[in-house]
Design a protein around this ligand. Structure first.
Ligand code: PMP
Length: 404
């Protein structure tokens, strides 16, 4: 049984006051809070087994290496990847996308096309622009509609044998739309294009099955799934990771180095140059285990309740408009109130203890589409409550009164 009060008790930060008010943390899309098991696991690593990995024969180095590799296996199982060497530790979603986009120059030439969507975070746009600048390929954009959904009939039309890779998010951070990624993968494969899925906003809400999706790459960030910042995962199909050139050169990613020629280590080490965030990588496994312990079915069911309740309550406010009204939506509500700048609302409700994100959410093309400077975004996690939504709605009403 899912008991939210029991869950909340595992997150020390949630019992804090901010500006003299109990904290209502609705900025989960930016980063998730950490349960005590995750905080303890970081301390335990540094207190008991801190050593560099894959290097020493000494006991601590082996313990640290084993823990790091156990975490890789945990993540492999979590994503249902076929092999554990398809799991590459990164510093986050941004690095995972840059790694693939940078290496993809080997497969793209002038006149080819690289496809992204109108719903992307800047980190799934800019690295592909770099690729296009480097190769002369063209960036093609799947358009969206007023509900914040991708126009799939347009995607079908845009695909051609010129398309070399399609990079789309699983769930939009700015609007919460859940994209039909399985369909996108299947269609892209028909023209021989690879697909990268940005799972930064999906992994906190659902458990992706990379073999079922059949995607070529899937990336996400540890800090959004209750893990540490500076951690992330790139899943890549073995065949793609073998073909892709290394991203960074350095220690640990080589087989043999001479001044004439260097050969690279096997997967996944080819992509893991230098000393990684060892504690972070290990504790990301702890965080994934924690979330699986809560259960993604429970998370999805409960967050849907929060989304429905939050949407209903917010729509009581006169002049409030929600952006992102797809039926396929994660627990994210992006909105504005007529005549008021989102930043002003965010600043006032912060004084009332409520943390939300305001601005363009690193998705300026979406804001341009709606012709707005930004939105107020409330993003709920499984440890939030309807009572918190009530506090938040009252805070927004108060801000509206003060500002109109
Ligand atoms: N893509 C999406 C959809 C995101 O929401 C984010 C984080 N806001 C990122 C990419 C970038 O993630 P990170 O900053 O953790 O690398």
């Amino acid at each position: 049984m899912f008991d939210v009060q029991k869950v909340r008790a595992q997150f020390p930060i949630l019992s804090q006051t901010v500006n003299g008010k109990p904290l209502v943390y609705f900025d989960n899309g930016a980063t998730a809070q950490k349960p005590q098991v995750v905080i303890d696991a970081i301390s335990k690593y540094y207190s008991e087994i801190n050593a560099n990995i894959h290097r020493g024969v000494h006991t601590l180095s082996q313990l640290a290496t084993d823990a790091y590799e156990v975490s890789r296996n945990t993540i492999q199982a979590h994503l249902n990847a076929k092999y554990n060497h398809e799991i590459v530790f990164t510093s986050g979603t941004t690095q995972g996308i840059n790694l693939v986009a940078s290496g993809f120059a080997a497969f793209v030439k002038e006149g080819d096309e690289v496809m992204v969507s109108a719903l992307e975070h800047h980190s799934n746009i800019v690295p592909w622009q770099f690729l296009c600048e480097k190769t002369g390929a063209k960036l093609v954009v799947i358009p969206m509609n007023e509900k914040g959904e991708l126009i799939i009939s347009e995607f079908d039309k845009l695909l051609s044998d010129k398309t070399k890779i399609v990079a789309v998010n699983h769930i939009s951070n700015a609007l919460g739309t859940v994209n039909p990624v399985k369909y996108i993968v299947a269609k892209a494969h028909e023209v021989g294009a690879a697909v990268l899925i940005d799972g930064a906003q999906a992994t906190p809400h659902l458990r992706p099955d990379v073999q079922d999706l059949d995607c070529d790459f899937y990336v996400f960030s540890g800090h959004k799934v209750c893990g540490p910042t500076g951690t992330g995962i790139l899943y890549g199909k073995e065949s793609w990771l073998n073909q892709l050139p290394p991203y960074m050169g350095g220690g640990e990613m080589i087989k043999e180095v001479t001044f004439e020629k260097t050969t690279y280590a096997d997967l996944p080490h080819k992509f893991e140059a230098g000393t990684p965030n060892i504690a972070g990588g290990i504790v990301l496994g702890t965080a994934i285990n924690y979330m699986n312990g809560i259960g993604f079915d429970n998370i999805a069911r409960y967050e849907q309740e929060l989304l429905d309740y939050g949407t209903k309550r917010l729509l009581e406010i006169e002049g409030l408009k929600i952006y992102g009204t797809s039926e396929h939506k994660a627990s994210v509500i992006s909105f504005n109130i007529e005549g008021i700048h989102p930043y002003d609302i965010g600043t006032i409700i912060d004084k009332l203890g409520v943390a939300v994100r305001t601005g363009h959410h690193c998705a300026q093309p979406i804001m341009n589409y709606f012709n707005i400077p930004g939105t107020i975004r409330a993003s709920f996690a499984f440890y939030n409550t309807k009572e918190e939504i009530d506090i938040f709605v009252e805070a927004v009403k108060k801000a509206q009164m003060m500002l109109s």
